[in-house]
Design a protein around this ligand. Structure first.
Ligand code: PLP
Length: 348
């Protein structure tokens, strides 16, 4: 009921939106145990967060089998991603896929645009790791690999990415953005965390914004070698931006396996409904290992967005590979039904 009240308040504030399916948020979060931790810790919030963030770091290190000095916290992973790109920009070029989470933006360093090298995806919309490995040279400072990728949802086979990290990390830092890895079939082994344990020049970014439903609570973290994390501190606070309440909520949420299982189960059910609906309406889609689905559309993206918004449903659009695409975040079953209804009207 509490969640319904919050939803109602949100809708009252923005009556035109009945389903927000544009930012890959998790409508089932945060966990009630996390909300309780926020309430329990709020009275202590006059103190700086040090002891609580230290506990969170220890929890994360234990979860991944790394040492606490291989963990850096952030208020969401965005600030750590930005710091990583700014650091890389001081050293050389950042290689990335032509279509990935950061392909549309620039990190700025001393007012100069970051130098990037963009490598097209393969025909089946995978990262072209062979082409990337061939193109790495002495100018390359970092290679950004978003796995599963956003906006495609497509995931790399973990053995392939591990061998890429083995061969390329001695030449440049491999930055693996694992924002959606919790939705992968086997998150523990699909993650590149083993590379950190092996001492490789790999930097992993994780966020609680997705599976844990923390988008508005802002907790993310980086896993990397201590010297690299120290370097990152030139461009971020190194965890000082994290609040006592959010850090305590994160510790509680990590312990709440039942909550995580519930989110995964609901996500799978809603995703199946969405994919079946697309098929029934004559649309194909890319195989998604994340909490969103990307599919090619038959009209211009901005036109679809406008029509969908008029129906109270927000989605995102892309143009790449000579094709307009729509990305739909996975929401509750009611939200998926709202999408189906709005989409059918918008394309008719
Ligand atoms: N990386 C990817 C691939 C994302 O899709 C997002 C957000 O949607 C982020 C990073 C940033 O997430 P946050 O700053 O909420 O941790």
């Amino acid at each position: 009921r509490e969640r319904e009240i919050v939803q109602e308040a949100l809708l009252a504030a923005a009556p035109q939106v009945r389903a927000r399916l544009s930012s890959n948020e998790n409508p089932w979060g945060p966990a009630p145990t996390a909300i309780k931790a926020i309430a329990d810790n709020a009275p202590k919030a006059f103190l700086y967060a040090g002891p609580v963030t230290a506990e969170l770091k220890k929890t994360i290190a234990g979860m991944h089998g790394v040492t606490p000095d291989q963990v850096m916290l952030g208020a969401g992973s965005s600030e750590l991603l930005m710091a990583s790109l700014l650091l890389a920009a001081t050293k050389g070029k950042v290689m990335m896929a032509e279509t990935c989470y950061i392909s549309g933006r620039d990190a700025r360093e001393d007012g100069a645009t970051m130098k990037t090298e963009k490598v097209p995806l393969t025909k089946d919309y995978q990262y072209d790791l062979e082409a990337m490995a061939t193109r790495v040279n002495s100018e390359t400072s970092m290679i950004y690999v978003c796995n599963p990728n956003n906006p495609t949802g497509v995931m790399l086979p973990s053995a392939k990415l591990k061998s890429f990290c083995d061969s390329v990390s001695p030449k440049a830092t491999v930055l693996v953005d694992e924002a959606y890895i919790d939705y992968a079939p086997n998150p523990a082994t699909d993650s590149m965390v083993e590379c950190i344990r092996k001492g490789q020049n790999v930097l992993i970014l994780r966020t609680l914004s997705k599976l844990h439903g923390f988008a508005g609570l802002r907790i993310g973290y980086a896993l990397g070698q201590p010297a690299l994390l120290k370097d990152l501190r030139k461009f971020c606070s190194g965890g000082f931006t994290v609040s006592t309440t959010s850090a305590a909520a994160a510790v509680a949420s990590f312990k709440d396996k039942a909550f995580q299982d519930m989110v995964l189960k609901n996500t799978i059910e809603s995703k199946k409904f969405l994919c079946d609906s697309l098929t029934s309406m004559g649309y194909s889609y890319l195989p998604s290992s994340a909490n969103f689905v990307l599919f090619p559309i038959k009209m211009k993206g901005p036109m679809l967005l406008q029509k969908m918004m008029a129906e109270g449903v927000s989605v995102k659009s892309w143009f790449f590979d000579q094709q307009h695409w729509c990305r739909v975040s996975i929401g509750t079953m009611d939200e998926m039904k709202a999408f189906k209804d709005a989409f059918a009207k918008s394309v008719s």
